[in-house]
Design a protein around this ligand. Structure first.
Ligand code: UTP
Length: 300
């Protein structure tokens, strides 16, 4: 069945203009999005997720130190003759594949004024159409459909409103994330999505309305841009995305999509290390040796 054109989503906004202070000193000179998780940079894993969902255009919201992220996807930058000499073409095949599957455009955020502000910068490119958002430092490892694909499916099924991806976390960890209200019932979880009443940013774990956190996957109706446009500074003086989502939620439905997959906050040191271990344990060339080494380390 053909989708109504007003629900067709082709663009994904990926904000990468943050300062990356949790990864200092490395981020003094290198965007955290280019740190490798085993064989591919974090941003490669994220754009791969968008390609798997059939999205056609990535809108990178960048800043001055982040221009090298665009270079990473530029096929013209590759010194292919040397690679051919040393039989290393395979190492770049996947980058060339991604570049051929999706268009990457970029727009600058001149000052890191918050996630909401970063998404508003994409307005000239996504205005008037629904669009997806994936945060540039959160990897979702899924064996089935990619995380943003799961959100897009709920967006189509529900026919009205916006969608946020949700993952269950330990209660103690709710203080680190945006958390959704209400907690789902068993039926909601079985169905895979439920209607939201509210979002709470980084709550005290004792007061968190649920243990379902936002891992940075969204599909928005175009009205979110109106709310962001009218938003003033929120927590830390930044334009917070959750404030505008709360406003929009008062007039349009919001759905949570229970994501199937494992989430890694690769903007955080521990999350980054865990992602490397999880992917390396699956990769043929590293799986066996890493398992042996890990079990020796743990037995010490
Ligand atoms: P984070 O909260 O992880 O902030 O942003 P950060 O600056 O990247 O990292 P820390 O906390 O200083 O270590 C979540 C996502 O939103 C983007 C970031 O690039 C990241 O992908 N972001 C955040 C922007 O693009 N602009 C902003 O003003 C803030």
């Amino acid at each position: 069945m053909a989708l109504p054109s007003s629900r067709k989503v082709t663009k994904v906004v990926i904000p990468v203009a943050g300062m990356g202070t949790r990864f200092l000193p490395a981020t003094k000179a290198l965007p955290k999005e280019l740190l490798p998780v085993v064989s591919k940079p974090i941003i490669h894993h994220i754009i791969e997720e968008a390609v798997k969902a059939g999205l056609e255009t990535v809108v990178l919201v960048t800043s001055r130190p982040k221009v090298v992220i665009e270079d990473y996807f530029d096929p013209g930058d590759l010194t292919s003759y040397r690679l051919a000499e040393s039989h290393k073409e395979k190492l770049i095949e996947e980058v060339l594949y991604l570049s051929s599957k999706i268009d990457i455009v970029s727009i600058r955020q001149y000052k890191p004024m918050g996630l909401g502000h970063a998404i508003l910068r994409a307005k000239p490119i996504v205005e008037g159409q629904p669009f997806a958002v994936i945060l540039g430092d959160d990897i979702m490892k899924c064996s089935g459909p990619s995380a943003i694909h799961q959100c897009l499916n709920v967006f189509q099924e529900r026919g009205e409103g916006s969608v946020v991806g949700a993952v269950q976390v330990e209660r103690e960890a709710t203080r680190l994330y945006g958390v959704i209200d209400p907690a789902p019932s068993i039926e909601d979880i079985k169905k895979g999505s439920w209607r939201l009443k509210d979002f709470v940013e980084k709550p005290d774990p004792a007061e968190a309305p649920s243990e379902w956190a936002l891992p940075g996957r969204y599909v928005f109706e175009p009205e979110i841009l109106e709310e962001l446009q009218n938003a003033g500074p929120g927590k830390n003086g930044e334009i917070q995305l959750t404030d505008s989502m709360q406003k929009l939620q008062a007039r349009k439905p919001f759905w949570a999509c229970a994501l199937e997959g494992e989430r890694f906050d690769t903007g955080d040191r521990l999350g980054y290390i865990m992602a490397n271990v999880a992917y390396a344990l699956e990769e043929e060339s590293t799986h066996h040796a890493l398992r042996t080494w890990l079990s020796r380390q743990l037995a010490r």
